[in-house]
Ligand binder design. Structure first.
Ligand SMILES: [Zn+2]
Length: 250
């Protein structure tokens, strides 16, 4: 059977189109690609560079945290293109600070300071105390990665602090609370020294932050020297769970 030449040409073209079609983006993917090609107006998509990190001082970082917390309080967090930031920070990071926080699910550290990908290291442990591993993480952040600030941030209504106040004993929680317990004993207070007393718990919370800062200076000669030379600052803060405000203790 013989086919006209133009019929064979159309057939070949159809086969070529069909064989190419799997490589074409699906309609939904094509839309996403088109959106990605157009930078979103007013959306932060850059990450901190080494030059930007080098130009920062600890005081500038503290100020940026205070301004970020103001935006958090106003429910005006910066819009960020996380996908773009993930891509841009793949090979390196130059965070401006390391924050030590409690594990509490009600303390979203990056949001509290309106920070994005590549902005801050975050170490978390119930009761925001330091041990060898967290000190190592802080030394990595500051000495190796160039961060300018160590912020120890406690928070109101902290379950770990309350448990330490009440001297709770339970499994591995017992040795964990032993790290916080000295800060309870340090607080001079004549009233009710139980977790039922919010005033006393608040005092222990602040005492715990100050104690952690002292432990950093005492047990990390590297960080102590960096602080003495003015290369970094080590400061404390308390997050107020009632309104989202961070009060810096300095
Ligand atoms: Zn807590």
């Amino acid at each position: 059977m013989r086919y006209p030449l133009n019929f064979l040409a159309i057939l070949a073209l159809s086969i070529a189109i069909v064989s190419c079609s799997p490589a074409e983006p699906k309609p939904q993917e094509a839309t996403v690609t088109a959106q990605r090609a157009q930078p979103m107006k007013g959306v932060v998509e850059d990450v901190l560079s080494k030059e930007e990190q080098d130009a920062l001082t600890a005081d500038m970082v503290i100020q940026s945290f205070k301004e970020g917390n103001d935006r958090f309080l106003r429910n005006d967090l910066t819009a960020r293109d996380h996908s773009e930031q993930v891509r841009k920070s793949t090979l390196a990071q130059f965070p401006k600070a390391i924050v030590l926080s409690c594990v509490d699910s009600r303390v979203p550290v990056e949001d509290v300071f309106d920070r994005g990908i590549g902005d801050v290291f975050v170490a978390r442990v119930a009761g925001n105390f330091v041990n060898e591993d967290i000190l190592g993480s802080m030394e990595f952040a500051c000495k190796v990665s160039g961060s300018k600030l160590i912020l120890v941030m406690g928070h109101e209504h902290c379950g770990a602090v309350k448990a330490a106040v009440d001297d709770v004993k339970l499994g591995n929680i017992t040795p964990m609370l032993a790290k916080i317990r000295p800060t309870v004993d340090k607080v001079v207070y004549d009233g009710d020294r139980t977790s039922k007393n919010d005033e006393f718990v608040h005092m222990v919370c602040e005492s715990n932050v100050q104690h952690t800062i002292e432990q950093i200076r005492l047990n990390s000669p590297i960080l102590k020297e960096m602080e003495d030379k003015g290369e970094i600052k080590i400061v404390g803060a308390v997050y107020d769970m009632d309104n989202g405000k961070v009060d810096f203790l300095q």
